[in-house]
Design a protein around this ligand. Structure first.
Ligand code: SF4
Length: 458
């Protein structure tokens, strides 16, 4: 057990988070101390950080990072950054310094971010600056959650349930009421939507006629023409895709769908609890290509159980050949609430070099194929403390994904599982609007949930 005594701190949270990048919870202890001169009788594996009593948290973190890196022989690319939104910080640095080179210098000097990660952030900033227009806070995003899937994946920590048709129908009726109610509020307050995202779960768990009712309800309630706005529907699981559902979505003007293989290896798909094969994914893509959607996104995961670099490479190559024009490369995150976490909570600490190589390969291969990185975020308990990156062919980005990470826009979340946020531009502040993640609780407490929608317009 390592004991890290950090001088002159009031709260150990940020330092413990940094230690977790390198060590398991039971391998270290962070202890705040107040020692003039920093003297303390130390036992083996005990260290004092910040002997001089600096009050600069970044300086203390740099010292701590170097110590951790020396002890473990590891140098994860994100330096002292442990937050989930490195791009938001990069923009702050850009504003503070007034130039991209100034931003890069801050990231390297203040946070010890590696050259590779800095160049990734720079590419994303440059792409976003080339495509984003206007003030994001003048519009809002709309998220609608459909928290049902055919089976539950091993690593899933989302609002996702295997439910009966009757349960889905009961949820669906309430959801329509919520859409109608909130749409009326939005119209009264002059809200203009910039994007709509129907996620989950797997929205295409709904039947074709339900999808039709849902899209029409959203268009009417929010006075929006789906073909005139970025409108995404996740069709994540290929075993839920049928010609009639694709036809409804295409006919009603949906431009963006997502078919998410995660892996093209049958053994992996079985292992992670999916009830379909790689051939089902190929069929899903072939079928979707007949409907000519503007964007098809594919989610992949680096670090799935039992996969080596060749498996990951083969998946990426096949997804490219199937024609996805938006590819999101995730690094497996072992989240609370997932079965993987219950079975193997320390899974994410192993094979991190291998996963890092997968992520680097994806970056190079996608660049070679003409894709650009356009949004990024990190998660807790992510393999190798890496990141998730959305790549697209130029022009095929998702504005919704960018806005979510930017945190400069109100996101209205309806249904179970979404996180609603109101943005107050004068204070540059977001306030969460409470939602529930469980569809049964959503149905049981529906009146109260409806009432909460007024919080978007306090
Ligand atoms: S498809 Fe997505 S939401 Fe559904 S169980 Fe798998 S990880 Fe969870």
């Amino acid at each position: 057990m390592y004991r890290f005594y950090i001088n002159n701190i009031t709260n150990d949270y940020h330092y413990s988070e940094l230690a977790r990048v390198f060590l398991a919870d039971d391998e270290f202890e962070v202890i705040g101390i107040r020692l003039p001169g920093g003297r303390l009788p130390l036992r083996d594996c005990s260290f004092i950080i910040n002997r001089e009593g600096s009050e600069d948290r970044d300086e203390i973190k740099r010292e701590f990072y170097r110590l951790l890196s020396g002890l473990t022989g590891r140098d994860p690319g994100w330096g002292t950054l442990t937050g989930v939104r490195p791009l938001k910080l990069a923009y702050e640095m850009l504003r503070e310094s007034g130039s991209v080179s100034g931003m890069e210098k801050f990231l390297a000097d203040r946070y010890l971010v590696s050259e590779g990660k800095i160049s990734l952030l720079r590419e994303i900033v440059e792409y976003q600056q080339s495509v984003l227009e206007g003030d994001p806070s003048s519009r809002a995003g709309l998220y609608i959650g459909i928290p049902f899937c055919p089976t539950r994946c091993e690593y899933c920590a989302f609002a996702s349930n295997v439910a009966t048709e009757d349960e889905i129908a009961a949820y669906f009726d309430n959801l329509l009421r919520e859409i109608c109610y909130t749409g009326r509020l939005a119209a009264q307050h002059g809200t203009i939507l910039e994007s709509i995202y129907i996620g989950g779960g797997t929205p295409t768990t709904l039947k074709a006629d339900q999808l039709e009712v849902l899209i029409n309800a959203v268009s009417e309630a929010f006075r929006t023409d789906p073909s005139g706005i970025e409108f995404t529907i996740e069709a994540g699981r290929p075993d839920t895709i049928t010609p009639d559902k694709l036809s409804v979505m295409k006919t009603l003007g949906i431009g963006r769908i997502s078919i998410n293989p995660q892996s093209m290896k049958d053994e992996t798909l079985r292992r992670i609890g999916r009830d379909h094969t790689a051939e089902d994914i190929r069929s899903g893509y072939r079928l979707a290509s007949e409907y000519d959607f503007d964007v098809i996104n594919a989610d992949l995961i680096a670090g799935l159980p039992g996969e080596n670099e060749n498996d990951f490479r083969a998946t990426l190559e096949e997804i490219l050949s199937l024609g996805a024009n938006n590819i999101t490369v995730h690094t497996l995150s072992v989240k609370r609430g997932s079965r993987l976490r219950e079975h193997d909570p320390e899974y994410y600490r192993r094979d991190t070099d291998k996963v890092s190589a997968m992520v680097s390969f994806a970056r190079e291969r996608l660049r070679e194929a003409g894709f650009v990185p356009y949004y990024i975020y990190r998660q807790k308990h992510q393999m190798g403390a890496l990141e998730n990156v959305g790549y697209c062919r130029p022009g095929k980005h998702s504005i919704y994904n960018i806005r979510i990470m930017e945190e400069k826009q109100t996101i209205i979340a309806l249904g179970a599982g979404g996180i609603g946020k109101v943005y107050y531009p004068e204070e540059d502040r977001l306030e969460r609007v409470a939602n529930v993640s469980n569809y049964k609780v959503y149905n049981e407490r529906f009146d109260e949930i409806l009432e909460r929608k007024n919080n978007y317009y306090k």
